[in-house]
Design a protein around this ligand. Structure first.
Ligand SMILES: [Zn+2]
Length: 54
């Protein structure tokens, strides 16, 4: 059974915290960091966002 874990996505450029979302622990290996390309309102362009807990 998959557990949905709440996480934040943080811009790797400016550190702006962006999305609060969830990840499924079944899709990622233990300890693997989620990284997504999201639009950052500070950078005004797409930047890689890494997961950050809490
Ligand atoms: Zn940014």
């Amino acid at each position: 059974m998959a557990v949905r874990e709440p996480i934040f996505l943080e811009c790797t450029e400016c550190g702006n915290r962006y999305y609060r979302t969830t990840k499924s622990t079944s899709t990622l290996k233990q300890g693997q960091k989620l990284e997504l390309s999201k639009f950052c309102s500070k950078c005004r362009s797409h930047r890689p966002h890494k997961e950050r807990k809490k």
